[in-house]
Design a protein around this ligand. Structure first.
Ligand SMILES: [Zn+2]
Length: 182
């Protein structure tokens, strides 16, 4: 991380005098409330077909416009991560899935305009028979499928997504076997 997260004003009283206590903890000098830097949650889903192809979306917007990512996005309040992964996949690609399997989490930093979001990305995976219904919808320029072992990491939008795809690749022989093979 090449920047130091901080508060510009207190979000309780609007006072700009904020004292840093620890790297992620601050105190407002006006109202004495404590302010903490915490990540927000995001989710992404690896959909894999019987030929080991995964579904990727070409991002229509910044950050990382034109790069590839997995279907996914920020969580809504009150939602489970599993529901979020299903919702984002439906909103971005039109693909409906049922049960999803947890894979892993990786931290991510996401710049939107002049705001830096500190994010924890939760990754899930699910088998799918085919990608016939996949289409480019919300915030997606195009959908594409690639064998997961031929994905070029340089084309992937975020380090966390690169890490998740690499981990999935490493674990796939065991995951495939553990869930009954094909
Ligand atoms: Zn305050």
């Amino acid at each position: 991380m090449d920047w130091q997260p901080a508060f510009k004003v207190c979000y309780h009283c609007g006072c700009p005098r904020i004292r840093r206590l620890r790297p992620t903890a601050f105190e407002c000098e006006e109202c004495s409330r404590l302010l903490f830097i915490n990540p927000v949650s995001a989710v992404a889903l690896i959909l894999i077909d019987p030929d080991d192809h995964i579904l990727l979306v070409k991002r229509a917007n910044e950050p990382a416009k034109g790069k590839l990512s997995l279907p996914g996005g920020f969580m809504d309040p009150g939602e489970t991560a599993e529901d979020g992964a299903r919702r984002e996949t439906r909103e971005e690609t039109g693909v409906e899935v049922n049960e999803v399997n947890y894979l892993a989490s990786f931290p991510n930093y996401y710049r939107y305009g002049d705001t830096e979001y500190i994010v924890l990305d939760l990754f899930f995976w699910v088998r799918i028979k085919d990608f016939g219904k996949a289409q480019a919808l919300d915030e997606v320029e195009a959908v594409t499928t690639l064998r997961f072992d031929s994905v070029d990491p340089d084309q992937i939008a975020f380090p966390s997504v690169r890490q998740a795809i690499q981990l999935f690749k490493d674990r796939w022989p065991a995951l495939r076997g553990a869930s009954g093979g094909r």
